[in-house]
Design a binder for this molecule. Structure first.
Ligand code: GLA
Length: 749
């Protein structure tokens, strides 16, 4: 699996390099070694991807050769770029780690303010190492795998003028066609330097006709898929909110203009980070397209003293020749198996009932217990008490007080939480001997000015000196970079978990960062927050942790490493949710999505959809549940719930472990459809929706994908057909009226 070790590589016959074209004597083959090094030419080989680059002997710069479908052996000679006009050679080649100030006028991946004040760097190849497996990134979330899963190449660069070292790490997970890159910069000089820009990944593709796909939105409208042409110049997006945000997601896909869901080339890039980030795409004069993901330079000004280092988050790149869907499935598998660390990553999730939309802040111990009783009677297996249970001097009866005071409110819970939790956990889920489990909502990184915590520790809130501390939802953000704040959070959450039989936490986070004490405070916060997440999730591995941030404001791979599921959106309207969940699924596995049935008219949109439609949409998420007060439902809806919960439980293992095929998209079709196929291919489940009634036209055929053409499948309630028939001809499901839906099981014979 390994390529040549460093010593062997150095001893290998020297590589003849024509500018930009290494004549590799010993290159990888498409099915060969994961990392192959020949002299100073490097090949990373996945099952269906090759990534190649080499050192330009005349400059020491790393030049890119290929990132795409598998290639093998020597590379054909590349034409030497013509240098005339203002752009020098560095601006006419494809570079792995572009700097600024020496003739490359495109957007840089690194910009360092040197001790003397210059912002020029000259990072040249020095050496490299090949490591079996993948070393962890200090203090940061990262993909992980055994020596059989992943191999890592580290290329060591050095700037002789400034004594700055940069290590580029490339890890290849061959089975997923995934290449993961991060960068570590170390100050080896004697003065201080400042890192002003640092991209985790920079790649120059030799194409100028590309589309870019991103996920953008706002609160209750998260992660809508947006596709646009890459035009000349720089286009991009990012977050300056301090967190990954509802507005943009740290994810980018580049595709050929002809690429569709099921066909064509796609390059997907996903930044494993929860802080502010920047994604930029630049089409330059040379016909290349540069893509870059990393820290947001507007919130990075990182000081490094002698021998200090800064490590960037990692960026996962996945190449697929099987369209956008193929790329998504590789991300899903990789993230399920090599990113999410929780034992719940692929194990069945209990259907839950959350109190938020049903009771809001308006409850006490007995009304909460009553809701739990109703939940159990419907068949829920986990009951979650949301916001409003804490605070005494400043009770949390509304959203303007109490955050930070994590003691149960004595008016609502005279003897603490334990009596409620004990009573709830004695209830049995309907028709089972399964105890109802208890979960609770917290928002640990926040403080209300109306709280004892704030009065005791006003300096714990993020603020910039004398500037006013601007409020959102009446609250401030704690500075989680401070060790005392980290310890406060770790202690109160640990004590809460020990105080009663609590087996689920919803970790919320309801505002962005405004005034920062310094430009590097955001990343310092992230390092503190990851320390807290790592500490608590490893100390309480049996707890199911669900992330949340005003709905889906922090749905990113950084959070996913610690929390196996994330609340996808505060918009629980079934129709809106199809777009939100399918958008989210471009990169994140369906197993990670919290998705609930709520009451109608929907609290966000005012829309009324049938309970079956809402239920079917919600069961496409791994964390299925209800978010309503059953007492307020009409007879039909209430009667439908036990059946929907049963169905969701039956489907859940396929959603958690299976492959997702987006058959038709809500933005293109009145009949969105999704097929999930179990990991072993033996079972599948089809979700089919009709948004508006179909008047006076034929019922469309839905053609399945991903099945075994030679096999036969029993289609529940329809008949037995070959995979080829189901994929090439399809099935028809006539549905009545608006918001129709159908869930169909397929069993391989
Ligand atoms: C956020 C969450 C909701 C709910 C409320 C409680 O908005 O997204 O699900 O927990 O906070 O205040």
């Amino acid at each position: 699996m390994v390529g040549i070790s460093r010593s062997a590589a150095v001893a290998a016959a020297s590589t003849l390099v024509i500018f930009g074209t290494p004549q590799i004597a010993n290159a990888g083959t498409s099915s060969g070694d994961a990392v192959v090094v020949d002299g100073t030419s490097f090949a990373l080989n996945g099952d269906n991807v090759s990534y190649r680059f080499h050192v330009d002997n005349s400059t020491g710069d790393l030049l890119s050769d290929h990132f795409g479908g598998s290639i093998s052996g020597s590379l054909p000679p590349a034409a030497v770029p013509q240098v005339n006009g203002w752009v020098g050679m560095p601006g006419r080649v494809r570079r792995e780690f572009p700097d600024q100030g020496r003739g490359d006028f495109r957007i840089p991946a690194v910009r360092i303010r040197q001790t003397a004040g210059y912002t020029v760097s000259d990072l040249q190849y020095q050496s490299h190492t090949v490591v079996q497996g993948k070393p962890d990134l200090p203090g940061l979330p990262a993909t992980r795998g055994s020596e059989d899963d992943v191999t890592t190449l580290v290329v060591h660069l050095y700037d002789n003028y400034s004594s700055v070292a940069a290590d580029l790490s490339y890890s290849i997970f061959p089975k997923y066609d995934a290449i993961v890159r991060s960068v570590n910069v170390t100050n080896r000089g004697e003065g201080n330097i400042t890192i002003e820009t640092l991209a985790s990944l920079s790649v120059d593709l030799p194409f100028e006709d590309l589309d870019m796909i991103s996920l953008s939105g706002d609160w209750a409208r998260e992660r809508r898929r947006e596709r646009r042409r890459v035009e000349y110049g720089i286009q991009g997006f990012g977050s300056t909110t301090g967190f990954s945000s509802h507005l943009h997601n740290p994810f980018l896909t580049l595709v050929a203009p002809s690429t569709t869901e099921s066909q064509g080339e796609a390059w997907g890039f996903s930044l494993v980070y929860t802080g502010s980030f920047a994604v930029n795409v630049e089409k330059g004069s040379q016909g290349f397209t540069r893509a870059m993901l990393g820290f947001n330079p507007e919130q990075l000004s990182w000081n490094l003293g002698p021998n200090e280092s800064l490590t960037s988050p990692e960026c996962v790149s996945i190449y697929s020749k099987e369209g956008i869907g193929g790329m998504s499935r590789s991300f899903h598998r990789l993230y399920r198996k090599h990113l999410i660390r929780s034992q719940f990553a692929t194990s069945n999730r209990p259907p839950l009932l959350n109190s938020w939309e049903g009771l809001g802040f308006n409850f006490n111990e007995s009304s909460m217990y009553k809701l739990a009783e109703e939940s159990a009677a419907l068949g829920a297996k986990l009951f979650v008490m949301d916001d409003g249970w804490f605070g005494n001097k400043y009770p949390r009866d509304d959203d303007d007080a109490g955050l930070g005071d994590w003691q149960p409110n004595r008016q609502k819970f005279p003897d603490g939480l334990d009596p409620l939790v004990s009573n709830v956990t004695e209830l049995k889920a309907a028709n089972t001997s399964t105890d109802l489990r208890f979960g609770i909502w917290i928002e640990p990184e926040m403080v209300d000015p109306n709280s004892t915590l704030y009065h005791e520790h006003p300096d714990w809130a993020l603020h910039a000196g004398p500037y006013p501390r601007t409020l959102r939802r009446n609250q401030l953000v704690l500075n989680v970079a401070l060790p005392e704040v980290q310890d406060f959070i770790i202690n109160f959450v640990s004590n809460l978990l020990k105080s009663a039989d609590i087996t689920y936490i919803k970790w919320d986070h309801n505002r962005g960062v405004h005034e920062l004490p310094s430009p590097s405070a955001d990343h310092e916060y992230m390092l503190g927050m990851y320390r807290v997440f790592a500490n608590l999730t490893s100390r309480f591995p049996d707890v199911l942790w669900e992330g949340c941030a005003s709905g889906g404001g922090r749905f990113d791979p950084g959070v996913l490493q610690y929390f196996p599921q994330i609340w996808t959106s505060d918009d629980t309207d079934g129709l809106e949710r199809i777009s939100i969940q399918l958008g989210t699924s471009l990169v994140y596995p369906p197993s990670a999505m919290g998705a609930h049935i709520s009451a109608v008219p929907n609290q966000q949109t005012g829309r009324t959809t049938p309970i079956e439609f809402r239920g079917h949409v919600a069961m496409m998420g791994g964390g299925f549940g209800l978010e309503l007060n059953p007492e307020e439902l009409d007879e039909h809806d209430k009667a439908a719930l036990p059946g929907l919960i049963n169905l969701a439980e039956k489907i859940n293992p396929i959603i958690l472990n299976g492959d997702m095929w987006r058959l038709s998209l809500p933005e293109d079709s009145n009949w969105p459809a999704v097929l999930f196929i179990s990991e072993d291919g033996s079972q599948a489940v089809l979700f089919y929706f009709q948004v508006r009634a179909n008047i006076n036209r034929a019922t469309p055929w839905v053609r399945l994908q991903g099945l075994d053409a030679q096999a036969t499948y029993n289609v529940d309630g329809v008949g037995t057909y070959s995979g080829a028939t189901l994929m090439n001809m399809g099935l028809q499901f006539p549905l009545d009226g608006d918001y129709g839906s159908k869930v169909v099981f397929l069993e391989k014979q």
